[in-house]
Design a protein. Structure first.
Length: 239
């Protein structure tokens, strides 16, 4: 999965758990770790072996002081005058994010969005394997998407159990999202990525991340409107 010499040392989830030291890492830092990992992987692909905090911060889109504080929570402080060892830092962050393991994922809802997610090629390189595709529509059952056959919703519990799936993606219409989420949780899924335009209620111990594309566009529209307004000529009365 990772070509890093350090990541090859981790060969099982048991070793990952043994090697990872328990520490308090803030949620804000965890949210930025994927950006650091993506930037570092890009450096690694270009043959860069060491990187300064300023270079890494620029590539990740944060300020260098915040980056140094985040990485210090991982126990990585770099070397003054040299910077960070790219290969080792990739390993550290991958370990913290659990990317040294193979995470099976089930996608429920194979409409346009579900198709796009199923065909996305970036999951495997980041530690995620699409284990199954599920949809309630009888017309989609048996359809093959990116090498996987769409399974009926009635097979969801078996899929989660047999595949030891712990991450579920909800890409259904709003009206069925909660019931699908309930079935995923009841079957043993403990992490849910929600693309449906509705908040999901889950019991304690289950994590939900919501991806609301329409809301993100509305936020951009707000900022775009403010930029346009700031360039409009003043219309107040003179003298």
């Amino acid at each position: 999965m990772f070509t890093s010499v350090y990541s090859r040392q981790v060969t099982s989830s048991r070793e990952v758990r043994k090697g990872a030291r328990p520490r308090g890492i803030s949620d804000a830092t965890v949210a930025r770790l994927p950006a650091y990992h993506r930037a570092l992987t890009s450096f690694l692909d270009r043959g860069v072996t060491t990187v300064s905090s300023e270079e890494l911060a620029t590539a990740a889109g944060v300020n260098s002081a915040k980056l140094r504080k985040d990485l210090s929570q991982l126990g990585s402080y770099g070397t003054r005058g040299v910077g960070y060892d790219v290969d080792y830092l990739v390993f550290q962050i991958a370990r913290e994010l659990g990317l040294s393991q193979d995470w099976p994922v089930v996608i429920v809802g194979i409409g346009n969005l579900g198709h796009a997610l199923a065909n996305y090629g970036g999951f495997a390189s980041r530690g995620f394997r699409i284990a199954a595709l599920v949809d309630a529509s009888p017309g989609l059952a048996g359809e093959v998407v990116n090498g996987l056959e769409v399974q009926p919703l009635s097979a969801l519990e078996r899929i989660v159990s047999d595949g030891r799936v712990c991450i579920g993606v909800v890409a259904t219409p709003a009206g069925s999202a909660q019931s699908v989420c309930d079935r995923l949780v009841a079957a043993g899924v403990t992490s849910v990525l929600n693309f449906a335009p509705v908040p999901l209620q889950v019991p304690e111990g289950v994590d939900v991340r919501k991806v609301d594309l329409a809301s993100e566009l509305q936020i951009l529209a707000f900022h775009e409107q403010r930029k346009q307004t700031s360039h409009e000529p003043a219309t107040g009365l003179a003298g």
